[in-house]
Design a protein around this ligand. Structure first.
Ligand code: 5GP
Ligand code: MN
Length: 330
């Protein structure tokens, strides 16, 4: 940890000790790391006698919804009321929350994404953390709290999901050390993994099948292009929202280095998700289109004609693959 990072952590711990009421927000379409980070901190603060409201723009994905406390998260697009600070987790800019009104409070920005804009009064950014939940563990320690099983479960949930089950780059000895301590705190990693990965529906599996059946290849078999619209989801009998994890499946093929997934929204708007292996950097591509993310997992929202968009992204992926081949890494 650099000195600046350590100072910011201490400042946040002091603020949390002194304050009474906090709102904790994360990004729209929250994932395991955003929810895990928010709830772990919320439980710790409530244990210290604080009033905490956890708010998100969108509901958690179905598998995550079953974890302790997730159904109590307030779903809203505006926050008002008296708070000593707004703690924002996992957001490279404040607009990523999709929640209005947070900027009326003292904003504490806690994130591990590269390219964070530093929008808070306090900005604690640690790109070396594999998950925001890894940072939350540091904060819990700085507050002098021993994590309960519920806190530890949420921290582990964040790390498990944000590392793609310990697949992505960004893993460090610290990642495993935090996980070890969560096991010592009494979590059941098998049950957590079963809940996250093995509780989906037959409709979802069939939807995955339909999307994979329609998969197109590019860049000499090294890039996979996925597409989903409402009609396809309906025909397969799956829920349109329920596609978490689908994008990772093409990467199980040895030759496939990158995946781009176009999910149709209203009119000509598409949610674009990308994944890559090793040194293929897709964060830069997402950023170019107004999005962001990590080297191996990034996304953005774009508007245009599907065929043209696919061509554009394939050519960007082609360049990213070519660049990585000059500088190979596992
Ligand atoms: P996903 O493909 O699962 O939606 O997102 C993968 C990663 O990229 C996540 O770390 C997420 O935070 C980031 N990401 C996805 N979409 C956006 C976006 O529109 N803007 C920014 N800044 N980051 C994004
Ligand atoms: Mn994260």
């Amino acid at each position: 940890m650099t000195n600046t990072v350590a100072t910011e952590l201490t400042r946040i711990a002091d603020l949390l000790k002194k304050g009474r009421r906090f709102v904790i927000a994360s990004h729209a379409r929250p994932d395991g790391d955003s929810i895990g980070s928010q709830l772990a901190l919320a439980y710790v603060l409530r244990g210290l006698g604080k009033d905490v409201v956890v708010v998100n723009k969108d509901q958690a994905p179905p598998a995550i919804l079953e974890f302790q406390g997730v159904r109590d998260i307030v779903i809203a697009d505006r926050v008002d009321g008296a708070f000593d600070a707004a703690i924002i987790m996992e957001c490279s800019d404040l607009a990523r929350t999709g929640v209005q009104g947070l900027d009326q409070y003292l904003v504490v920005n806690i994130d591990h994404h590269p390219g964070n804009t530093g929008y808070g009064q306090i900005n604690w950014i640690d790109e070396s953390a594999a998950a925001c939940a890894e940072m939350v563990f540091d904060l819990v320690k700085a507050l002098g709290v021993t994590p309960s099983v519920d806190v530890a479960t949420h921290i582990y949930l964040g790390i498990l999901t944000d590392t793609g089950s310990f697949h992505y780059s960004g893993l460090s000895p610290r990642t495993f050390d935090v996980c070890r301590q969560m096991l010592e705190a009494g979590i059941n990693p098998t049950l957590i993994a079963r809940q996250v990965y093995d509780t989906s529906s037959l409709g979802r599996l069939r939807l995955f099948g339909a999307v994979l059946q329609a998969m197109q290849m590019g860049v000499g078999g090294r890039a996979a292009v996925l597409y989903l619209d409402h009609a396809m989801a309906h025909a397969a009998g799956g829920a349109y929202e329920d596609t978490d994890g689908l994008i990772n499946l093409p990467l199980t093929v040895k030759e496939i280095q990158t995946v781009v997934f176009f999910k149709r929204g209203d009119n000509d708007e598409y949610r674009v998700s990308m994944r890559s292996k090793g040194n293929v950097d897709i964060a830069a591509i997402a950023k170019e289109f107004g999005g962001g993310g990590h080297k191996n997992a990034a996304g953005c929202t774009v508007t245009g004609e599907l065929g043209a968009l696919q061509k554009t992204f394939l050519s960007k992926l082609d360049q990213a693959i070519a660049l990585s081949e000059q500088n190979p890494q596992p």
